[in-house]
Design a binder for this molecule. Structure first.
Ligand SMILES: Cc1cc2nc3c(=O)[nH]c(=O)nc-3n(C[C@H](O)[C@H](O)[C@H](O)COP(=O)(O)OP(=O)(O)OC[C@H]3O[C@@H](n4cnc5c(N)ncnc54)[C@H](O)[C@@H]3O)c2cc1C
Ligand code: SF4
Ligand code: SF4
Ligand code: SF4
Length: 373
């Protein structure tokens, strides 16, 4: 079974960490995740916080809104294409997830294909960063089959302003936390080797994970640890133990992208094409250009140019993958997992949800034929 998924940079980092250690029995399901499309991400909110901000503080009924977008340092809520409320990002800042302040990746540098809005050559288009041969074959196939329209122009400057701002302000926050006695260990581990991470993880258990990652405000709620161990569940977006465990077990610690993240080793997995280019904040890539869906129906429903939905439609229609597992929302904008088997299913997953979906356990449950909550 081949699966495609869409994730934020931290979700892609989580899936790649599992892929690096895929020989662990508990991680082996990751081999079925064939395509990882990464979205750009400057910041995000837990659903409860986003709801409180929008409904309680700003008096907007979530169910009456059909699109949210961030423009000019404001969250804009739209109904029938009209802006009904603008929330200054400054007011939304206290509600941002704590782990987002120590996140350094804006453009999903470890995805096969990265897609965003800022840097696209004009409104209604996406910018697309093709990172490896697999991504290139799929994007070129989608263009040839008439799913995507390509424009070679991009706007580097606005992209770099946002990506650099995220990197620099979060680096400042990391230094501030370290000075205040907190630890953000994962950012110091990008250069570590596969073997070093493995050996060091083997001495750790869930108690270390809890102390070093969860209690220090580094947990992204990716759900990797829960996906690899039945003793854990996600409770209020953080892992919690429901069964006592074997003292010598290190599996949850190894699975976590916020303990060690050997990015250089992961890049060897991802950046497989010839003539790879490297650029600060863009990461490694074969090509960057602007694109949008050719299908007007997709464009009307999409967040930006509908490139994500069009690419996934192509993958399903041409049997490149069997299933897409991505995010959809209920009528109150709460994120839900969606198992898409057709282009019509994908139309229910368009638009950006500014809250977090716990992705890894859902993907694992689907692959292993287990019940999805
Ligand atoms: C929290 C968040 C923050 C973002 N911040 C930026 C930013 O600062 N700058 C920028 O240029 N772009 C940002 N993006 C990406 C941008 O909003 C669009 O998702 C991207 O341009 C793709 O547009 P599209 O028209 O191709 O998407 P569509 O064709 O409409 O498809 C949307 C896809 O996104 C997936 N998706 C929606 N919400 C989530 C979510 N919460 N988690 C995981 N997947 C999700 C859907 O499942 C679907 O596959 C952000 C996205 C998210 C979710
Ligand atoms: S940790 Fe936060 S800012 Fe970083 S990619 Fe995840 S949701 Fe976005
Ligand atoms: S059994 Fe192992 S993987 Fe599961 S919680 Fe305990 S230490 Fe973690
Ligand atoms: S503690 Fe678990 S949910 Fe949190 S980042 Fe690590 S693996 Fe993901």
């Amino acid at each position: 079974m081949k699966i495609a998924t869409v994730g934020l940079p931290c979700q892609i980092e989580a899936l790649r960490k599992l892929e690096l250690y895929k020989d662990e029995e508990e991680f082996s399901w990751i081999k079925n995740v064939h395509l990882k499309i990464g979205l750009f991400c400057r910041e995000n909110w837990m659903y409860g916080c986003f709801r409180a901000l929008v409904e309680d503080d700003f008096g907007i009924k979530l169910e009456e809104i059909d699109k949210f977008r961030i423009r000019k340092k404001k969250i804009q809520a739209l109904r029938n294409k009209e802006i009904v409320k603008e929330i200054p990002l400054e007011k939304a800042k206290p509600y941002i997830r704590v782990a987002c302040f120590v996140c350094l990746d804006f453009s999903s540098e470890l995805a096969d294909i990265s897609i965003g809005a800022v840097g696209a050559y004009k409104k209604g288009y996406n910018i697309i960063i093709v990172r490896n041969k697999k991504g290139k074959d799929i994007v070129n196939g989608a263009i040839e089959a008439g799913y995507l329209e390509r424009v070679n122009e991009i706007k580097r400057k606005p992209f770099l302003i946002v990506a650099k701002d995220k990197f620099e302000s979060n680096l400042k926050e990391i230094k501030y936390r370290e000075m205040s006695g907190y630890h953000v260990n994962y950012v110091k581990t990008f250069e570590l080797s596969y073997k070093d991470v493995y050996e060091q993880s083997k001495t750790k258990t869930f108690d270390d994970l809890k102390r070093e990652v969860i209690e220090e405000g580094n947990c992204t709620s990716c759900g990797n640890c829960v996906a690899v161990c039945k003793n854990l569940i996600m409770k209020d977006a953080y892992p919690e133990k429901v069964e006592e465990c074997d003292e010598k077990c290190y599996i949850c610690y190894l699975s976590c992208p916020r303990t060690f993240l050997p990015k250089n080793e992961i890049k060897k997995l991802v950046y497989t094409g010839e003539n790879m280019k490297f650029e600060e904040f863009f990461g490694g890539y074969l090509e960057i250009f602007s694109a949008r869906a050719k299908d007007e129906k997709i464009r009307k429903l999409a967040q930006d140019g509908g490139t994500t939905t069009a690419l996934l439609s192509y993958c399903l229609d041409y049997n490149i993958v069997d299933v897409v597992i991505n995010a959809t929302k209920d009528k109150n904008w709460e994120p839900r997992v969606m198992i898409c088997k057709s282009s019509d299913d994908l139309l229910k997953t368009t638009k950006t949800i500014y809250s977090y979906l716990i992705l890894s356990p859902h993907i694992k449950s689907y692959i292993r034929g287990e019940k999805i909550d």
